[in-house]
Design a protein around this ligand. Sequence first.
Ligand code: DGL
Length: 276
Amino acid sequence: MINKKSIGIFDSGYGGLTVFGSIADQLPDYNYIYFGDNARAPYGDHSYETIYQYTLECVEWLFAQGCPLVILACNTASAKALRTIQQKVLPFKYPGYRVLGVIRPTAEVIGSYTVSDTIGVMGTRGTVNSESYLLEIHHLYPEIKVIQQSCPMWVPLIENNEHVNEGADYFVRKYIDNLLEQSPDIDAILLACTHYPLLIPKIAAYLPEGIQLVAQGEIVAGSLKKYLANHPEIESQLGKEGKMQFYTSGDDQDFNKHASIFFPKEVVSTHVDLKV
Ligand code: DGL
């Protein structure tokens, strides 16, 4: 059998490229297909039903491209769509296909980042309101207190390339203050959104000493590496030519331009019409 299949990487838009960057660093040999649903992004404020519907359509598109494994490199989609896809769709419609998210692997290691057993979680409204991090972390670490803060202005600032400018400082401070006001014991902050690593220089400059920032890319990449080692039935289907393909439901030229903020290599994408 010729193994030519790719790992699918899905995000609502560009943000998943931060996670994909870490995956490609740690697992450079595999073939990848990245799909960004830019035409319908951002997902952060959409309802559960809408996010589930959109995510499922994109996952099915990646399956149709020959991806036996799809990573939801999007916190909002992982929070609102993953469980239903894993439990209600895959076993009946796509046995043998796998979909993994970013919340579980992050929750699994979060205990090693806190001494005070108090973690701050910053994400979109969708991620925060889903309480997925609260549930996953409490399940694995009942002793850890999780304090959440939604940051609805951060994604638009980054997508408009304003995150490096002075205007962004106001919203960085506002959400950090709102989070830290909820507890003096927070000693680690999880950036639970694909976009937020781009704000690290500003967040780190404002953060009081002794509080650690946790980005997800490397955590998710490390977890995928272990998953592939433990699942030869999936791993053996994958091509290893180091190919990367990029697709977007939005404008391809726009995608290529914006992608450079999120991804270290040149991105040449193709537009896909999902016909919804
Ligand atoms: N990718 C999303 C996440 O990680 C952020 C962008 C959006 O709201 O669509 O939550």
